[in-house]
Design a protein around this ligand. Structure first.
Ligand code: CP
Length: 309
């Protein structure tokens, strides 16, 4: 049987991405449809989450499916030493689909290779977060009217931020220019810069985060410094507040600029930005519901024709 898992966005063609965005649009028109009747979806979260887990679970509930799972692995038999393999094999006995977040890079790939049911990667360490990317793409299209030829600024923790890694890969189809804004300690890893060069993706790098630097931005994608990935907490303390976006920095930015953030934010966007019409991160999180409904349907083999009203 074809493995329909979503492990990395790199596996999605341009056509597939556009197809899923159209599906998400249908779900934004109406997210309550009983098309998962009789289906059980497991959400296995080995790392904390608010948006990803709750939006996946809302997605299933609104489509008439049932949810099992856990949000704290300490309450499961993995705390007794049960392996990831055994956990996945057990849950596959109960569920039609597994949505999994894990702290180990590659955990979702491994799960997808052993599980008899599809796996959706809800974040694996600092590696990938493909469902976040689908909602990011949906939001970028919604705010810009296109995905093509945009100036996208990625700001903050580009080393450990899995959302920015996935976004780069997805945008390879749309001729973006990326601007990586990060301190030396949190620079975009070399492997993603190599990926950009291999796919003719233009990029520049900056260590300053100023009005002048962001003047031509269409999308300003802010990220949190990922404390949980640091082995040296002194280093985290040094860089945690390195960039903070304030409202006054937005005065001379492009009218079409929208500020995105995968959330949660800590200090990197000042609260005075929230009322600026260019702030779009809460709408972005809302779009997670529609994008994830599209992904769930797709991995379960439900087509766009079947959901069109
Ligand atoms: N954006 C995101 O993954 O948020 P959560 O960690 O709250 O799921």
């Amino acid at each position: 049987m074809e493995n329909r898992s979503l492990v990395t966005i790199a596996e999605y063609s341009k056509e597939k991405i556009l197809y899923l965005l159209e599906m998400a649009k249908q779900f934004e028109k109406n997210s309550n449809r009983k098309i998962l009747d009789g289906k059980v979806v497991a959400t296995l979260f080995f790392e904390p989450s608010t948006r990803t887990r709750l939006s996946f679970e809302t997605a299933v509930n609104r489509l008439g499916g049932r949810i099992i799972g856990f949000s704290d692995a300490a309450t499961t038999s993995s705390s007794k030493g049960e392996s990831l393999k055994d956990t996945i094999m057990m849950v596959s006995n109960y569920a039609d689909l597994i949505v999994m977040r894990h702290y180990l890079e590659g955990a979702a790939r491994y799960a997808s290779e052993i599980a008899p049911v599809p796996i959706i990667n809800a974040g694996d360490g600092a590696n990938q977060h493909p469902s976040q990317t689908m909602l990011d793409l949906y939001t970028i299209y919604q705010t810009q009217g296109t995905l093509e030829n945009l100036n996208i600024f990625l700001v903050g923790d580009l080393k450990y931020g899995r959302t920015v890694h996935s976004l780069i890969m997805a945008m390879r189809h749309f001729n973006p220019t990326f601007h990586f804004v990060a301190p030396e300690e949190l620079k975009m890893p070399e492997e993603y810069k190599i990926y950009c060069r291999q796919h003719n993706i233009k990029y520049t790098e900056h260590t300053d985060f100023t009005e002048e630097v962001i003047a031509n931005a269409d999308i300003l994608y802010m990220t949190r410094v990922q404390r949980e990935r640091f082995t040296d907490l002194m280093e985290y303390e040094r860089v945690k507040d390195v960039y903070i976006l304030h409202n006054k920095m937005l005065e001379n930015t492009r009218p079409n600029l929208r500020i995105l953030h995968p959330l949660p934010r800590v200090n990197e966007i000042a609260y005075d930005v929230d009322n600026n019409e260019k702030a779009y991160y809460f709408q972005q999180a809302r779009n997670g519901l529609f994008a994830r409904q599209a992904i769930i349907c797709d991995v379960l083999g439900i087509t766009l024709d079947q959901i069109k009203e």
